[in-house]
Write a protein of this length. Structure first.
Length: 595
């Protein structure tokens, strides 16, 4: 964002019938907001503020992406320029606004006037919080997909305003299909506003009824109606998101410029919406169905970038969490390449790229995954998936401050994930009782979360609360009897209790396991602790070597771990710490992270 000498965002700029407001991130024409993605907006912002001077492509690349983000700049800049010309109705051959100077760059040629600064956007903590509940569908069973897909569209639209904190669809999916007590839902979700409603379908005609409720005074702010038909679902979705957004973030005028559909093929768009509904459920059968639907959608329209992006995400989720068959990542990588060819700033595809890169089968490529996530968060800073993935990678690498900042940002939209990450960060800092408090809060909010039950014993174990640790480990073992991670924790307990032989046997068994509901590097870390406590330094160092090579190269964690202190005088341990420290410092310098 362009800033003045005091570091504040610059004033609004006017050119022709258009106004560009950097503070609010809004481009408008005669008071009507125009829809322009964040990266093209930033390119236009730089060109306008530098008018009438030439801006080189290199300057544009540095301004948009900065350091630590690696994308195809040629494609990205070309895409942004095309989008700007399209929204301004400009002609490259006879430019009114944006002139291309071959081998030099671009110049904004219209007269630019500067207004007084507009009001600044609210900080994250001051923004109203909103939850969009999946709509109740009253119609044929085959049309139930509209429940989630229309709610997901509302989530994306409201998030894109930058003025609301919107719960992701994964946080509200549990309310799908049930009779809603919106006051109870608001309390459970800890939000200021609830959006809920119903879809009525008859003979191809669709009516959507939506209510917007404010929690503080139990007031219904709006009761809205939008009619459409099944042959043009995109138009219905676009009108619906407009009228709901106008209630919560009013624009200067209620009408808006027409939105360009992501596809002109109505059948492909319906398949895409059906896939949105299936993909939300992290279930192997549902995810396979989503992949099939998206594959058919891209066959019907090979230029449907959003469908390719969602296909990439579904394949990444399938390969990461549901089915280890390598075909999913191979298909996902092809979908990512096609998505970014069509749309170089497609956030979903970049998140999918990170998920695949930061996986056991791809050797946990920390740098490449961080580059993809940095690019995704440049495009959409409110994307919970990107924030969650980056938080996890950062604390795995030992960058606690940066991870904590991301975790707190994430907590605003996804409380469970944000608190869970803060528990992991506190654990790595040696704040064991605080970590235990975080995990207890997570279990209270989400008692069915698998990772919550697996990680809960760790903090109390490291805090020295052995009775609580034993009970939590036993509960996790009953829930997940074949899980290697809890076996590694049992090995630590055995070593603490003075039974090194049993500790070694349990650690040997856990270390041999190749699958875990967490990443196996956490199991190896537990095994290393058990070996160190049992007087087996060679085995302990071997497990830490495995951690360092596969996603947990965290020298800060290993040096601070109280159960690994017996290794500090071992040459092999110190050699490993030196190598990991060098890698840590190199990543810090590349990405500008604070230590």
């Amino acid at each position: 964002m362009f800033r003045d000498k005091q570091g504040e965002p610059s004033a609004a700029f006017r050119f022709g019938e258009y106004e560009l407001d950097p503070r609010r991130g809004v481009l408008s024409r005669k008071g009507i907001e125009l829809k322009l993605q964040p990266q093209p907006f930033r390119v236009l912002e730089l060109l306008v503020t530098r008018a009438p001077n030439i801006v080189t492509r290199e300057e544009l690349g540095n301004y948009i992406w900065g350091d630590g983000v690696h994308v195809d700049l040629e494609q990205s800049i070309n895409y942004c320029i095309r989008q700007i010309r399209q929204v301004l109705n400009d002609n490259a051959a006879k430019p009114r606004f944006l002139d291309t100077l071959p081998k030099q760059g671009y110049r904004f040629v219209a007269t630019v006037l500067q207004d007084q600064p507009a009001s600044a956007a609210l900080p994250l903590q001051d923004r109203p919080s909103v939850a969009v509940i999946p709509l109740k569908v009253r119609g044929p069973v085959g049309d139930q997909y509209l429940s989630v897909s229309l709610a997901e569209a509302l989530v994306h639209r409201l998030s894109s305003t930058g003025k609301l904190v919107v719960r992701p669809i994964s946080s509200v999916i549990r309310y799908a299909g049930e009779e809603l007590d919106w006051v109870r839902a608001a309390r459970e979700l800890n939000v200021d506003t609830i959006v809920e409603g119903a879809v009525q379908i008859s003979g191809g005609k669709i009516r959507v009824l939506v209510q917007v409720h404010r929690v503080s005074d139990a007031l219904t702010l709006a009761s809205l109606k939008q009619d459409g038909d099944s042959s043009n679902l995109f138009a219905l979705q676009d009108r619906l998101t407009d009228i709901v957004s106008d209630v919560l973030v009013p624009r200067e005028k209620s009408d808006s410029e027409p939105t360009i559909p992501p596809t002109k093929h109505t059948g492909a768009f319906e398949l895409y919406l059906r896939a949105v509904d299936r993909q939300v459920h992290v279930d192997k059968f549902e995810m396979a169905s989503a992949i099939e639907l998206l594959t058919r959608a891209t066959e019907l329209d090979s230029a449907f970038a959003d469908a390719w992006g969602l296909l990439a995400q579904a394949c990444a989720q399938m390969g990461s969490h549901l089915d280890s068959d390598p075909k999913w990542f191979e298909l996902g990588e092809r979908a990512i390449a096609r998505t970014l060819e069509l749309d170089p700033v497609q956030c979903t595809a970049l998140c999918a790229r990170s998920m695949i890169l930061w996986s056991p089968s791809r050797g946990f490529q920390n740098r490449a995954a961080l580059r993809a996530l940095n690019a995704a968060l440049k495009i959409d800073p409110a994307r919970p998936t990107a924030r969650h993935q980056r938080t996890a990678i950062l604390w795995h690498l030992g960058f606690h401050d940066a991870a904590e900042q991301d975790a707190k940002e994430l907590q605003a939209t996804s409380p469970v994930l944000g608190i869970m990450h803060q528990g992991a960060i506190a654990l790595q800092r040696g704040e064991f009782d605080l970590s235990a408090e975080f995990y207890a809060r997570v279990l209270e909010i989400d008692p069915n979360g698998v990772l919550n039950h697996l990680m809960a014993p760790v903090a109390v174990l490291y805090a020295g609360r052995l009775d609580e640790a034993r009970a939590a480990i036993e509960k996790a073992r009953r829930m997940f009897p074949a899980e290697s991670f809890t076996l590694g924790l049992e090995a630590i307990v055995a070593a603490i209790e003075g039974d090194p032989r049993r500790a070694e046997i349990l650690a040997d068994e856990a270390a041999r396991t190749v699958h875990s509901m967490t990443h196996t590097h956490h199991t190896w870390h537990s095994c290393a602790a058990a070996y160190a406590l049992s007087g087996k330094p060679e085995k302990a160092i071997h497990e830490l070597e495995r951690c360092g090579a596969m996603g947990l190269p965290n020298y800060r964690l290993f040096e601070a771990d109280p159960y690994l202190r017996g290794l500090h005088k071992e040459a092999g341990f110190n050699d490993l710490m030196t190598r990991l420290r060098r890698e840590h410092d190199s990543i810090r310098d590349e990405f500008g992270l604070q230590d």
